[in-house]
Design a protein around this ligand. Structure first.
Ligand SMILES: [Zn+2]
Length: 299
């Protein structure tokens, strides 16, 4: 019969093995990835269909009113003088627009070969054409919408983005700072890889201190990196709502604002999930790496 000797409990592996270190990062990234998957599911499976549902519920009269407003939108929004166009993507012009999107993307990232953007340009153009997205592209200074009811109501929100970019230096800066959310990945990696390396005298290197800071504040830093995006999204909706109120019947304005609120929710959700995801991921990684109590068993 096996006998467990509880008095012989020893702490082993103060420094985790390489396998454990890798496992901890992989486990952390898996948690973070799951959080992202969850958000995508909610955004694509719940929020977007509800936005499209509002679009489809527009009466022919309302849709005609919306299309009429689109014709005058850039003038009304003071955007025409900045050269902003609203382009409706349909099956006839989709290929041509795809090329334009590809050009714009490759101009933004000159160091990457142009053909690399073929797939992204195709996906973006198709999504807009099929009423699954609407977009203001600041490189081309154009608003792209689909030729159907689904997300037509989003045109006012996109005009809000165009106003943010063209009419105010601060909101333009805010829009340019949206890329800060790309920092979420290095923040996550640092937070997951970093382990405290304080020596016996309690001294830390500068790099260790920095790593500690990022790890300790990973959730807050991640949330911060999403803040310009969330703020700019909110401002675009507010500006869009103001415009819609000037141009449309109150009932239609309500539908537009409801559409924009669902769109905004997806960004808030993205920010909160990224932040909560890294918080949880760090906990899991630390648990994975933690030295286990080794209960020696005697035969
Ligand atoms: Zn937006």
């Amino acid at each position: 019969m096996d006998q467990v000797n509880y008095n012989n409990t020893t702490i082993q592996n103060k420094q985790p093995s390489t396998g454990k270190k890798i496992g901890a990062v992989v486990a952390g990234l898996a948690i973070k990835g799951a959080a992202k998957q969850g958000v995508d599911l909610v955004s694509q499976g719940v929020l977007l269909p509800n936005m499209q549902k509002i679009g489809k519920s527009l009466s022919e009269e309302e849709y005609a009113q919306l299309k009429d407003a689109i014709k005058n939108l850039t003038t009304k929004a003071n955007l025409a003088k900045s050269g902003v166009d609203i382009i409706t993507i349909n099956s006839e012009n989709a290929k041509q627009i795809e090329e334009m999107v590809k050009d714009t993307l490759s101009k933004k990232m000159k160091f990457i070969p142009k053909e690399t953007f073929s797939i992204s340009a195709n996906i973006i153009t198709d999504m807009i054409k099929d009423g699954r997205n609407a977009l203001f592209e600041n490189g081309a200074n154009k608003i792209f919408i689909g030729d159907s009811k689904e997300l037509a109501a989003s045109v006012f929100h996109e005009a809000g983005h165009a106003m943010n970019y063209n009419l105010n230096k601060f909101t333009k800066l805010l829009q340019n700072c949206r890329n800060l959310k790309l920092l979420a990945l290095p923040i996550a990696l640092i937070a997951l890889i970093h382990t405290d390396k304080t020596n016996e005298n309690g001294e830390q290197s500068k790099l260790n201190k920095a790593g500690d800071f990022v790890k300790k504040h990973a959730a807050g830093l991640t949330l911060l990196s999403f803040l310009p995006t969330v703020a700019e999204e909110g401002l675009a909706s507010l500006r869009g709502a103001k415009l819609a109120k000037q141009m449309l019947d109150p009932n239609l304005v309500k539908k537009i604002n409801k559409t924009n609120l669902l769109g905004f929710a997806s960004y808030v959700l993205m920010a909160v999930a990224a932040s909560a995801g890294i918080h949880l991921a760090v906990k899991v990684a630390d648990k994975f790496r933690a030295p286990k109590e080794n209960n020696k068993t005697q035969a």
